[in-house]
Write a protein that binds this ligand. Structure first.
Ligand code: ADP
Ligand code: MG
Ligand code: MG
Length: 207
């Protein structure tokens, strides 16, 4: 397909809000097992606020402007560990998108890479630490290898994030609340990796 414009970015944010609302209880249940049981509520509060803010965004807003609005809203509403991490991800993504009216595959890979790099810079998690990075890093790698079709890039990223989230189940956590549990975290999927997979699947679905 062609490039991803501001209308796509808006649909993406709306699709995340819908997906998080639908799966709020599931995300919270994952976090109840190895965290403090608020991940679904945290993200739902944030993305419902995003929906409100999108209404006042100008019609022809660029992808970067939409991503920046998502970032600032998440930073001020989500809280916990995931608020600043996702806030940073969307902020770095918006900077990478810049003033472009639409994103081609190369720009999209830059945007996804910037988001992942922002999360790593902020949270200092490495691959295998049982965090959202375990979804983001395979997603970015798959995106970079997917070629020059934006829909193929997003589909590859979403599929890799889903596999990465599933692969957190046997791991011991080295960052975040689950790291307090040691081996007791094994057998449970990391909630942030699952919400990342949800976000990237939503991006592909609306492309
Ligand atoms: P909190 O743990 O403060 O209640 P959330 O429940 O909203 O915050 O988010 C928890 C998720 O945040 C975890 O499942 C994990 O994916 C992610 N996370 C926590 N710490 C880090 C970190 N240092 N780096 C990357 N991701 C992290
Ligand atoms: Mg939590
Ligand atoms: Mg919390």
């Amino acid at each position: 397909g062609g490039g991803l414009d501001g209308a796509w970015a808006r649909r993406w944010a709306e699709a995340i809000a819908e997906g998080v609302a639908d799966r709020k209880a599931e995300l919270t249940a994952l976090d109840r097992a190895i965290g403090d049981g608020d991940h679904g509520e945290n993200l739902d509060r944030g993305f419902q606020a995003v929906l409100g803010k999108l209404e006042s965004l100008e019609e022809g807003a660029t992808p970067g402007a939409v991503l920046k609005l998502v970032a600032t809203t998440l930073i001020s509403t989500v809280g916990g560990a995931s608020g600043p991490l996702y806030g940073t991800a969307f902020l770095k993504a918006s900077v990478a998108a810049g003033e472009r009216e639409s994103l081609d595959a190369a720009a999209l890979v830059e945007v996804l890479t910037a988001a992942r790099d922002g999360i790593v810079a902020r949270g200092k998690a490495e691959l295998g630490d049982k965090t959202m990075v375990d979804a983001w890093t395979p997603a970015v790698d798959a995106a970079a290898a997917a070629g020059d079709d934006v829909e193929a890039v997003l589909d590859a990223a979403a599929s890799a994030a889903e596999a990465g989230a599933a692969a957190t189940e046997p791991l011991i956590a080295h960052k975040g609340r689950a790291s307090y549990l040691g081996e007791r975290a094994q057998g449970h999927r990391d909630p942030g990796s699952e919400s990342t997979a949800l976000m990237l699947r939503a991006a592909a679905a609306v492309a």
